[in-house]
Design a protein around this ligand. Structure first.
Ligand code: FE2
Length: 184
């Protein structure tokens, strides 16, 4: 199932001149994976206790190509607002996670400082898709009492990109910490 998906992602990315065009087609291609979930192995629910979530790489395209992975969020855990510096498609597979979109409203003129405002909140459940542009900022939390699982597709391998993580309460921005990933 994943092998066929990877072939299709390659084709769809190559067929589209812009990432904006590709993410719409990729969203449609990912949807069946939330309907027939027989491919979801138990170990995709493994998490890193310190991090509060578990990332499993399903496919990393060579030569700085796309990255396909699942993320499992422990109940009550989440991640601070961050950007991706590439396009992204995220689809819920199981359980429920809250995606918060943020907008940066300062001019970026002061190093280490950033002011964010909340824009929207989406409850991501099985089959719900969110797409991201490189500078979009979002945070995730799992407020439910059981793990949530989602499928993530990014234009490039996130570990190889300089990204930012934000603290909206403190008004700060810093380099995004490197996440623990299975298969990295
Ligand atoms: Fe993210």
């Amino acid at each position: 199932m994943i092998e066929r998906l990877v072939v299709d992602i390659r084709r769809i990315v190559a067929e589209h001149a812009t990432p904006e065009g590709a993410v719409a087609a990729l969203s449609s291609r990912l949807r069946p994976l939330a309907e027939d979930r027989s491919w979801i192995a138990e170990d995709l629910y493994e998490t890193d206790a310190d991090q509060g979530f578990g990332i499993t790489i399903l496919h990393e395209e060579p030569a700085d190509g796309f990255l396909l992975e699942t993320v499992c969020w422990e109940p009550g855990r989440g991640v601070a607002p961050h950007d991706h510096q590439t396009w992204g498609v995220v689809m819920g597979l199981d359980g429920e996670e809250i995606n918060v979109d943020w907008r940066r409203i300062d001019d970026g003129g002061e190093a280490g400082r950033a002011t964010l405002e909340r824009v929207a909140e989406t409850v991501v459940t099985a089959g719900i898709v969110k797409t991201f542009s490189p500078n979009d900022i979002h945070s995730i939390r799992n407020d439910s009492d059981r793990p949530s699982l989602s499928l993530h597709l990014y234009g490039r391998s996130l570990a190889k990109i300089a990204r930012s993580e934000f603290n909206p309460l403190a008004g700060t921005v810093a380099p995004c910490p490197r996440r623990v990933r299975r298969g990295d």
